[in-house]
Design a binder for this molecule. Sequence first.
Ligand code: GDP
Ligand code: MG
Length: 598
Amino acid sequence: DRQKHIRNFSIVAHIDHGKSTLADRILELTHTVAERKMKAQILDDMPLERERGITIKMNSVEVHYDGKDGQHYIFHLIDTPGHVDFSYEVSRALAAADGALLVVDASQGVQAQTLANVYLALDNNLEILPVINKVDLPSADPAGTKAEIEDDIGIDTSDAAEVSAKTGLGVADLLEKIVRVIPAPTGDLTAPLQALIFDSKYDPYRGVVLSIRLKEGQVHLGDRIRLMNSNMDYEVTELGVFSPDARPFDELIAGDVGYLTASIKDIHSARSGDTVTSAEHPAEKPLRGYRPMTPMVYAGIYPTDNAKYNDLKDALDKLSLNDASLAYEPETSTALGFGFRVGFLGLLHMDVVQERLEREFDLEIVITAPTVTYHVVKTDGSQESIANPSEIPDASSIKEIQEPFVDATIMVPEEYVGAVMELSQAKRGIFQTMDYLDKSRVNVKYKMPLSEIIFDFFDKLKSSTKGYASLDYTVAGYVASELKKIDILLNGDKVDALSFISHKDFAENRARVVTGKLKEVIPRQNFEIPIQAAIGSKIIARTNIKAYRKDVTAKIHTGDPDRRAKLLDKQRAGKARMKSVGRVEIPQEAFMAILKNG
Ligand code: GDP
Ligand code: MG
């Protein structure tokens, strides 16, 4: 009977359309959080999420709702991130739900990620309830937004809710619609347990905390459970729901979304996508699980202190539990020592991983410039996948280098189509199609090198369309391009971690920009440091870092001890992320110089 009163749904939308704010209002109206504890985007509880104002991790919460029909309902809502780099979070959240609230900003209308999220929801056979948000804004056009949802997506909007997540207008009605439109979970309470692990995190005291959606059966405190794919048995030590803090229960039943701990210390046995079953009465087969994610970009991560290699390994193991899209394997660099080649879904993801490693694991790391994976076809006919530019073999043994291309879809108001095309062309894009979505909005499609998209395409797209363009892309395949490996030499020595790949037409300019940037960021030493960029043995750009003359603090009046102390502090802080390569100290920024396009 309880099952009939459960509603499991995810909140999905394009970034900034108001998912987390809507979750706030739902938590508030259902008195899930005490008034004095309430704050904006309360589910964004990671410090990094609060600082940046974005959702990075999904969050599931149980809320209780007394319906107008006099019945008591239990909602499990899962807030999700909107940025493309975190779409794996969204797809895992959707597999735990029976429905999705599709939030669309009424002043912006349907955007590229709105569509991408709809496809994800449809893949999971979810009931989609459109929610037209921000109706309080003067520029809101709820009727037009509904028409877009009907025309562009093909979803019926007769049940759509019109709300302001900011003021709370319409949210009470939305709760009623959730009861009516989102289906109750099904699942046989007497069947053998099958629970999907859709997220997990490491807790030093309790071991791995699994977020689970029970599809069949039930689980009780003290039960012997089995993780089916890893074939490990454990005893349940804690069960419960997040509300939003952990609230322990004695049992969870088919249809519930909650968490489970079982003193699981072996991180590798508790992966997202695995199925929890009963050790005594195991299910016949595991649930479908998730497609593993293919990283879009790779970078090297090294501890600044070589002795911290094992700490870094341990941190990556633990972080990858909570970030299922993280991929990594050991690599060595002549310049940087022992580290890892890590795969990411994009640059924002890379940034977040770097920050989390430093904050949550108290590590000092350097991260090398991101790169896509290249396919190198050699003259002997063999082919290699290479995700580290320094590993690209000598030009004489290469027949061709292929790079990943994507199908990019750009949604933009008509007046910016010219700007979009100009930019796409400059980034080596190949025009495909252009369709009018309605009389003022256009869908422009290009085939484009992934490397160009990743670096600064999105920022440039936003600035050249006053923020109106939205972008989505999927990998289309590998295409041969005229690519060159550019090596960087400091003080005459090649620094493998600074090698990068560029299209031949951009090579000289990139080499000049990169060497110039390196000159800016590498601190002076008491000797001159030549910086050179080379293709093979041919030097294509060069500059020098002059030797410093005197103590850097000398030019400050010694009578000002405050300033002197501040300067020294600043130097120390700047040192935090430096790596010595030979006699030269290379700061973190130097590795990112390669992303500069001049
Ligand atoms: P998310 O990325 O979809 O989770 O979006 P957020 O909930 O973080 O909201 C993005 C921004 O939109 C924030 O500045 C919110 O205050 C604002 N916002 C959200 N809902 C509304 C609304 O109904 N009206 C107005 N005016 N602003 C809103
Ligand atoms: Mg959010």
